[in-house]
Ligand binder design. Sequence first.
Ligand SMILES: Cc1cc2nc3c(=O)[nH]c(=O)nc-3n(C[C@H](O)[C@H](O)[C@H](O)COP(=O)(O)OP(=O)(O)OC[C@H]3O[C@@H](n4cnc5c(N)ncnc54)[C@H](O)[C@@H]3O)c2cc1C
Length: 381
Amino acid sequence: MDFSFTEEDLEIRKNVSEFLQRELGPISKNIDNSGIPHDFILKAASQGIIAPVVSSKYNGSNLTFLQSAIIAEEISKVDTSMATSVYFLLDNAWPYIIEKYGNDSIKDELLYDVTSGKKFIGVASTEPSGGSDVAGIKTSGRVEKNRVIINGQKMYISGGMEAYKYGGGHLTLFRTSGTGHSGITMAYVPASALKIEKIENMGRMGISTCIMYYENTEIPDYYIIGDMNRGFYYSMDGFNHARIAVAAACNGLSEKILDLGIDYIKNRSAFGKKLMDFQSISFEAAELRTELEMTKLLTYKAAYLADKNSDELPVYSAMAKLRAPQLALKILKSVMMWYGAYGYTKDAGLERAARGIYSYLVGAEGALNIMKLIISKRIFS
Ligand SMILES: Cc1cc2nc3c(=O)[nH]c(=O)nc-3n(C[C@H](O)[C@H](O)[C@H](O)COP(=O)(O)OP(=O)(O)OC[C@H]3O[C@@H](n4cnc5c(N)ncnc54)[C@H](O)[C@@H]3O)c2cc1C
């Protein structure tokens, strides 16, 4: 067992961090209001950090999932609203699925544009009737000659507006036969083919969350990913990989906020002592630092298992996704208490981060109870 990062991993962290401090740092506080500037995405792509796990054949960086987790950590240290890390993690896991299961025509059509930042790829699974029960989706598709015709509605879909405005679309799940897990097909649906409506969220507002309407929407049949009726399984593969970066992004945010809090208690005084000299506070910092280390190790292990193509990945990525957002919220709360009234101000930025983290508690990339379902199924199988 080797707990050290490679030279390459360390270099990626350093270079990405420097790039983000320079290019994202000055604009990050405005991202909730003005969105992620497309210009930033193009610059990030030129650094090789958009869809970095895509292979060099499509001008990707051929990075490991561990390295993409390092990037997700660094992004949310700089944009604590979580919007940029969400853009990053979706546009990493789902192009990975295209490269893994898609045909050459769709790979050629999309992946060069994805790695250059020109097209965004997300996932459209959740429907108005629910998101946890993926096998229960109602959107339907039928193949006629060389076209697929889709009808239905998707809800709470990240990146709809960005894909519509700048290019790209979503790997979309729809029923093509039967009921349950089998009979669901996955296809790329360009946002330009759809009517899209934005939902007003409470946080991570720099990336849109949308309703997508499919009204006899037609796409060419080579947009189908892999085999017909296997879409459920491809989507689970995508979610297992996306959850690693969700956890890593939460850990990056946790680390940033905890570091800020520790700096604060080193300098702030009350009753003639530094706050860190009150054990009720320094012990809390010690507990949080320990929990963060545990959660980071768990997340790195999930990434390691992804890179090993291990069948243990679903359980470990679910464990990481279960722990990391809860810990981030716990750290935010503690640091807010240490800050006192300052913590309650918008200037402190803790409320912005908390609003972003809540998206991962309620559902994005799977609700917490669904993570528990995945883990408990493995325990009791
Ligand atoms: C900001 C944001 C962005 C999102 N982006 C996307 C996206 O890009 N693409 C996409 O497809 N979806 C997206 N989603 C939707 C997300 O995947 C769903 O929120 C999630 O899957 C849960 O579905 P639901 O919200 O419909 O809740 P439901 O499935 O209705 O569940 C409601 C509650 O019941 C619980 N529950 C459900 N089933 C069980 C069970 N068997 N046992 C115990 N408890 C259970 C859940 O844990 C949850 O607490 C996004 C959500 C958010 C908040």
